[in-house]
Design a protein around this ligand. Structure first.
Ligand code: TMP
Length: 236
């Protein structure tokens, strides 16, 4: 597969064109940012871990009937994915209170919900990814009503699969962020990544944080937490 020009460089990944117009190459970086890029750093080995963890999760989700953009893992940091146009919404599912939910509603972290919640942020760095409801998303033509319905159903399905999967690894899936894309024929598929950058993982017994919150909150042992998650998921 011949790699062509770089199309896009984000905070954690670079995206390249390939000789196949329907396929892109994603290259994961060790760069880490938080708070809309205000905090910057490097998490050594993160790119390789996030690439491999994402692909592993995407394969499990495909097996469970969730369509994804995944095509083929090329190397430690590089993966081929189907070209999509990203729906500019961050889709956040929560099972346990934490992060911006705890802050916004003035509750402590760690309260288990009876039912998972869903919320959307408008993916727009200039505006700081503001919270948005589905009516506003439709009004702004970010997605159609039908697409939002599909996205909601897929996001809850992803939650059911992942929650059960991580429980076996002695990890509580606290919350996570998903992104969806449209294939050229309009089909909605799961895109972007599923990794310790985009999920909150707590050890079920010790409640130790095994995700990017260690970087966001300067808790130390950031690399170890990423490695521990890779070990539990991939066994290495
Ligand atoms: P929050 O509690 O800060 O809203 O984060 C909810 C989840 O979304 C958490 O698992 C981290 C993830 N997330 C991202 O993947 N990217 C982001 O830019 C933010 C703010 C959160």
């Amino acid at each position: 597969m011949e790699i062509k020009e770089m199309l896009y460089e984000g905070k954690a990944k670079r995206v390249y064109a390939t000789e196949n117009p329907e396929v892109l190459l994603v290259d994961y970086k060790d760069d880490a940012t938080a708070f809309n890029g205000l905090k910057k750093g490097t998490i050594s080995g993160k790119g390789a871990i996030n690439n491999r963890v994402t692909n592993y999760m995407m394969k499990i989700l495909e097996q469970k009937g969730v369509p994804t953009h995944f095509v083929e893992e090329l190397s430690e940091r590089r993966t081929l994915v189907k070209k999509v146009s990203i729906v500019p919404l961050e889709v956040i599912i929560r099972n346990i209170s934490a992060g911006s939910f705890a802050k916004r509603y003035g509750v402590e972290e760690g309260i288990a919900f009876d039912e998972p919640t869903i919320e959307f942020s408008y993916k727009n760095d200039d505006l700081g990814d503001p919270l948005i409801n589905s009516y506003h998303a439709i009004a702004l033509k970010l997605a159609t009503k039908e697409e939002i319905e599909t996205i909601k159903n897929m996001a809850f399905k992803v939650n059911e699969v992942m929650k059960a999967y991580f429980k076996e690894l002695n990890v509580d899936l606290v919350d996570f962020k998903l992104e969806f894309g449209r294939l050229t024929d309009g089909t909605i598929v799961l895109a972007d990544e599923i990794s310790p950058d985009t999920c909150r993982f707590w050890d079920s017994e010790t409640h130790e944080k095994l995700d990017k919150d260690r970087f966001r909150r300067d808790l130390g042992n950031v690399e170890d937490a990423y490695k521990e998650m890779m070990k539990r998921i991939l066994g290495e």
